[in-house]
Design a protein around this ligand. Structure first.
Ligand SMILES: [Zn+2]
Length: 157
């Protein structure tokens, strides 16, 4: 329990990322859905850790799709992109990080940067693997196709 007059939590190096604008969905990945069920496309979230067994799922804190209030959520790494180290001062985010047992797997800026680079590569691999050789719908707005067209339109903050 946090005492009512606790001092603000210490800033912490986390990993920021953005939710893909659109993801393939449905039979053979022929449908497109905006963002994920819990997050809007383009939403900025913070990765606070990952579950045992690799980084295919990461634990995130971000603004929920419906209320905009912060939620803590395990989600597929492939639905995130533009991973980067971020020094977080937001008490709302830090409180959720402290309450979660996901546990960072990095310590400090340098390791956060290294982990962010690893996650960026892994997310791209996982996106490619998800639908194997099944063709993309036409036209397609998935992250791979958007970035291939140079139209991702997301500026890292
Ligand atoms: Zn596509």
């Amino acid at each position: 329990m946090t005492p009512p007059l606790a001092p603000p939590p210490e800033p912490l190096w986390l990993i920021a990322a953005n939710v893909v604008r659109w993801r393939r969905y449905g039979d053979g990945g022929q449908e497109l859905r905006p963002g994920t069920k819990a997050y809007r496309g383009g939403a900025k979230v913070y990765v606070i850790g990952s579950r045992p067994g690799g980084h295919e799922q990461v634990t995130t804190v971000g603004p929920g799709r419906h209320t905009g209030a912060y939620i803590t959520l395990d989600m597929a790494t492939r639905h995130l992109h533009t991973f980067r180290a971020a020094l977080v001062r937001s008490p709302a985010v830090l409180r959720r990080e402290a309450e979660n047992d996901a546990g960072q797997v990095w310590d400090g800026r340098e390791e956060a940067e290294e982990t962010a680079a690893r996650l960026e590569g892994l997310a791209a691999e996982l996106r490619a693997e998800r639908w194997h050789t099944l063709p993309h719908p036409t036209p397609c707005l998935c992250h791979t196709c958007l970035t291939a067209a140079g139209a991702a339109g997301v500026t890292p903050a």
